[in-house]
Design a protein around this ligand. Structure first.
Ligand code: SAM
Length: 290
């Protein structure tokens, strides 16, 4: 059996099983060996690692993961892919478990505990684009011990995750990701590296999780609510956008007092704040509410 990353092998497997691509599952299979090599290298996988792969497809990346990791757990939603993986493309590997499930419904915590104890796992995935953000946020916000997440996403989403204040891509996703992890864009990936071709360009990004959050914020949930409220109206001043979204629970005076205590103008905008700025602002809001 050859490696699937050869497009000819991929077509042979698809034909052998009369596989029909399901658009609703975001199925664009990787067919470029350079991109695969870059992704595997960026994930820094060793023979000690348990790797969680989300959406193995026909197993192209899974084969490379099995070669490099101690153990691989691959979670695939499409039941039509399971026989291809178990009976064909992954049958030569004894260090892989394929689970037929929606990753958003799977109890990943229990799975990791069972297979790896408290040791952190590495996540590697060519993500289905329709659920990129929920999957990432689930991994970041949960208590699952994760060391790094190396993923293929839409190029535009990768840019948003890595963006800083003062750029058009900066927003709630940038702050959420950067609170939990350090993002690094590994490679830009054109459409012709996939079968079928997606409509948009892609990028590989690695998120290395922080051991401790980089800022000290007393009420994490409040900070993210303030951030979302502010970026929902990014052209408005921070005061106006917060009054619009959270006026029921926050008085204008409290917001103005928090800004003034931090030496900021009444006309300040949320998009000007970096993560440390948001933490300081949230802590002031909490303090003034007591
Ligand atoms: N890893 C393969 C590759 O690189 O060629 C396939 C990547 S394809 C972009 C995304 C894969 O995720 C598909 O196989 C799709 O069926 C699967 N998928 C979509 N939604 C999923 C979900 N909620 N849970 C698990 N797998 C999902």
């Amino acid at each position: 059996m050859g490696y699937l990353i050869d497009p000819k092998e991929t077509i042979e497997v698809l034909n052998r099983y009369r596989f029909v691509f399901q658009k609703r599952f975001g199925q664009n299979f990787l067919i470029d060996s350079h991109v695969l090599d870059k992704m595997i290298a960026a994930a820094h996988i060793t023979k000690d690692d348990l790797v969680l792969e989300i959406g193995p497809g026909i197993g192209t990346m899974t084969q490379a993961l099995c070669e490099n990791a101690r153990e691989v757990v691959a979670v695939e939603i499409d039941p039509n892919l399971i026989p291809i993986l178990n009976c064909d493309t992954l049958s030569a590997y004894d260090n892989v478990t394929v689970i037929n499930e929606d990753v958003l419904k799977l109890d990943i915590e229990a799975l990791v505990k069972e297979k790896n104890g408290d040791r952190p796992i590495k996540v590697v995935a060519n993500l289905p684009y329709y659920v990129t953000t929920p999957i990432i946020m689930r991994l970041l916000e949960s208590d699952i011990p994760v060391e790094s997440i190396t993923i293929m996403v839409q190029a535009e989403v990768a840019d948003r995750m890595q963006a800083g204040p003062g750029t058009k891509d900066y927003g709630a996703l940038s702050l959420a990701v950067q609170y939990y992890a350090e993002p690094f864009i590994v490679a830009n990936v054109p459409q012709n590296c996939f079968m079928p071709r997606p409509n948009v360009a892609s990028a590989v990004i690695r998120l290395t999780l922080h051991k401790e959050p980089p800022v000290d914020v007393r009420d994490e949930k409040l900070m993210f609510r303030l951030i979302r409220a502010s970026f929902n109206h990014r052209r408005k001043t921070l005061v106006n956008s917060l009054m619009n979204e959270m006026g029921q629970e926050l008085s204008k005076q409290r917001v103005l007092d928090a800004l003034s205590a931090l030496g900021l103008k009444e006309t300040a905008r949320g998009e000007e704040f970096d993560l440390a700025g948001w933490a300081a602002f949230t802590n002031k809001i909490t303090e003034l509410g007591k």
